[in-house]
Design a protein around this ligand. Sequence first.
Ligand code: FAD
Length: 493
Amino acid sequence: MGNRVGSTSTPVGAQVHIVGGGLAGSEAAWQIASRGVAVVLHEMRPTRTTEAHQTSQLAELVCSNSFRSDDSATNAVGLLHAEMRRCGSLIMRSADANQVPAGGALAVDRDGFSAAVQSALETHPLITLVREEVPGLPPADWTNVVVATGPLTSAPLAAAIMALTGEQSLAFFDAIAPIVYRDSIDLSVAWFQSRYDKAGPGGSGADYINCPLTREQYETFVAALTTGDKAEFREWETNTPYFDGCLPIEVMAERGPETLRHGPMKPVGLTNPHAPGVKPYAVVQLRQDNKLGTLYNIVGFQTKLKHAEQVRILRSIPGLGQAEFARLGGLHRNTFLNSPQLLDGQLRLRREPRLRFAGQMTGCEGYVESASIGLLAGLFAAADALRGTLPLPPPTTALGALLGHVTGGHIETIDAGPRSFQPMNINFGLFPPLASMPKASDGKRLRGPEKALAKKRAITARALADLESWMSDVVREDGADGGPSASERAPAA
Ligand SMILES: Cc1cc2nc3c(=O)[nH]c(=O)nc-3n(C[C@H](O)[C@H](O)[C@H](O)COP(=O)(O)OP(=O)(O)OC[C@H]3O[C@@H](n4cnc5c(N)ncnc54)[C@H](O)[C@@H]3O)c2cc1C
């Protein structure tokens, strides 16, 4: 083990080992050490690197330098920023200190950002940084471990996790189909029905939303797919096979004009109640994606089209003309767990609770989301080390909503087939509905964009109020150990 920094005073049994010094592992280390618990942070770079990382810095941003919107009143990721700041997040503190102009977005100087994270961790007296790969399951005497090795987890560790969990596959092309907000789908055109009215386990027989296409609409759609602008594969991605034969829709369209009509767009077993006498030439189906029923994914529509092209082409589908997307499709190599099955509510592996997971490998997507799950994993791990308990963050907060998605929010697939759990950015569809809809100042019902905005404001206000009371339930006014100051009040373990 080389390059140790810092010293520890916590008894060996109480210290926490973190594997992976990316966005999640760095935040987890900070949260744990801030609560007086010693941390050993194992990061394999520069000894061994990944296909995407370029430096040896902790918390390297592998692609864009943006943390997305910083608007905490009307944007879900902006709300997550606000909640993390209130929890004394190192990632947010370092981002704020290294901000570059980017309109309403929080974008950072990537080198300055990573250097700030690394310096805070290296100089913390309770953190020991070890530059080494953990090439398999962590040793048995590491009793409190956070695994945060990210979408590009090194092969030996990924193989060991696969063997332990019994998963068929961990590293594959993450075939993401677009997800649409349910309330942006036009049900005067689309309708609810399962194929042949089949209920299936957990279903009602009307579990899908169906969008009908005429022959002309279908042919125009297929032509748009074949000529649409596609994102390029990175060199290392070209060697990874497609997962479970999940071909992108544009690749299917290129195989022949009828391919999609015999695949995800087949029109069989469905009757359009808006025009019962007319057989649709093709049908696009959307399947419920979260327990709340606020999000629907477009079945079989994984795609590598550029995002603007996806929006343009998918809105040409009848019923989706005004569709708002919680997530657009994409394909890249990813490593993530089937977390709702494998992890408990505190991110521990059910089969081996000494192993807790954090970051993108738990099934969240994005820098901020990965760091936020690292923050929660850190709080839970510190609580375990101190033999305390930490209540879960309320599901009405962004932290709680994301944790809920990761540890159980997704529904099972209704059809037999590949699992439905897919990585997800934070979005308003993950929050429980409001108890009552906000009204205009004169008491009248709001409509259109005004209503949408008022709803978002009400959800974010509720989130921050609920976060506040969660924090006051568990708060400890400290700061003496280099952790969050009293004004940044963070939940204590
Ligand atoms: C190509 C690509 C582009 C992306 N672009 C974006 C983007 O533009 N915006 C965005 O928000 N998100 C993007 N993401 C997602 C992004 O990776 C995650 O959001 C974020 O970095 C994940 O954080 P993490 O801490 O889970 O993993 P990482 O930040 O990847 O950290 C994992 C760390 O674990 C280390 N590690 C791996 N295996 C081992 C081992 N066995 N032992 C010790 N250390 C190990 C790695 O070296 C790495 O430092 C992209 C992902 C990829 C793969």
